[in-house]
Design a protein around this ligand. Sequence first.
Ligand SMILES: Cc1cc2nc3c(=O)[nH]c(=O)nc-3n(C[C@H](O)[C@H](O)[C@H](O)COP(=O)(O)OP(=O)(O)OC[C@H]3O[C@@H](n4cnc5c(N)ncnc54)[C@H](O)[C@@H]3O)c2cc1C
Length: 465
Amino acid sequence: MVGEENVSISVADLYTYGFDASIYHRSPEAVVRPRTTEEVSRIVKLARAEGIAIVARGGGTGLCGSAVPLKGGIVMDMTRMDTIKEVRVEDLYCVVEAGVINDKLNERLAPHKFFFPTSPGSGEAATIGGMVATNASGMRAVKYGATRDYVLGLEVVLSDGSIIKTGTRTIKNSSGYQLERLFVGSEGTLGIITEITLRIAPRPKTTAMVMAGFRTLEDAGKCVSKLIATPLLPSATELMDRTCIQAVNKTIDAGLPDCDALCMIEVDGEPELVEKQAEVVLKVVKEIGAISVELTHDPKVMARWTNARKSVMSSLSRFGERLVSVSLADDMAVPISKIPEAVVEFQRIAERNHVIIGTYGHAADGNLHTKMLLDPDSEEAWTNGDKAVSEIFSTVIRLGGTVTGEHGIGISKAPYLKQERPTAIATMLAIKHAMDPDNILNPGKMMEWEGGIIKMLRYPCKDLC
Ligand SMILES: Cc1cc2nc3c(=O)[nH]c(=O)nc-3n(C[C@H](O)[C@H](O)[C@H](O)COP(=O)(O)OP(=O)(O)OC[C@H]3O[C@@H](n4cnc5c(N)ncnc54)[C@H](O)[C@@H]3O)c2cc1C
């Protein structure tokens, strides 16, 4: 169906395609790399007839195990479907195949002075199909929204192999059920997305950034909610705690200030507006008691700061000997005003459970990342981590938040989805059963997951609970 060179059952390929960027692993039985929607459709029809599981895979950058083939079967690598089919700036949309990489799309839009603003930290590898399937977002969500806000239409292969088109190429559309929204965040469980019509936005003319250091993480949290309430809508507000600052300074010699927490606040727009917004930011950070403040308009300095922030995840793994940074309870979001309370509680939970937690995130939209540093060979470390996760998510749900702001449910948040949305699970399952009655599309994930989250690990301690 796809040519022999685009199918693999070699042990090395199967092993490699058993990972995403999460803590989980399971090898598939075959890897298939289609080039067209028709090929996807034919493969799905065969899989349905034979009862074989299919997991769609984009860049494999997911952090919660959503692209790991739990039941084996086929991993369908979508990255050959990488054509940008249309760019229509006059109509504010573009049409792309599912395997187009986020940064490649932005390179293509740049000469038109447009962009696709969701900007995940993984933009150089994440595909638009994967971003739709997880409702990805990133640093600029507070001002520009998440992937969901840009999906105008989709082409999708359903579990019986039929091809449907949903949505439109118009900015407005009230024509019936907004089915394209149903596939946003569906993590490959309802259909395979092959083509996306995406809204695009004009690129802001100017950008400025303020970096402010604080005595406590709580102060940094207060700064974020005060900025928003001012009112001011920054284009990004990145928060980092002492563990993250030290890790980045040690690993890439970033020269970040020595403090307990820092905020990098970005404002964008017309030059005069940027000046005014930057003044407001400076006033607020000083009122909160920032111990170091720096303002820059220099694109090179901004790129250096942004790179420091983007290096947190990889730097944390080099923080201490034998410790790796794992994505467990790594992506919660709370109402913005609850950030100070949340970060203080996370620190207490870490101390109580003897785990190291590095907290950072896109704080202006309430999204926090807490990476745990643990020795992957130690059962005790995983048990402590598991307990800390449960306490963190209970805190998040008590504060009115969600267990995942942008990475999705997959495996690592599956039990907590049930805790967060107890009244919605039955409806989600009914939709899944109606659209995939033979359960071939990414089976066993999200609301179908049973048991604890410390199992099928990629590390020597494979199954703990
Ligand atoms: C260093 C790093 C930084 C990150 N930063 C961010 C961030 O700032 N914001 C953020 O939101 N995420 C971030 N992530 C997580 C990840 O990049 C996103 O979840 C991204 O959307 C995944 O895209 P992908 O193409 O890699 O999808 P994959 O990991 O391959 O797949 C993710 C899910 O989507 C499904 N899927 C993939 N393609 C399709 C398709 N065509 N049709 C149907 N289902 C499909 C898969 O089955 C799976 O369930 C980060 C990850 C890393 C490693």
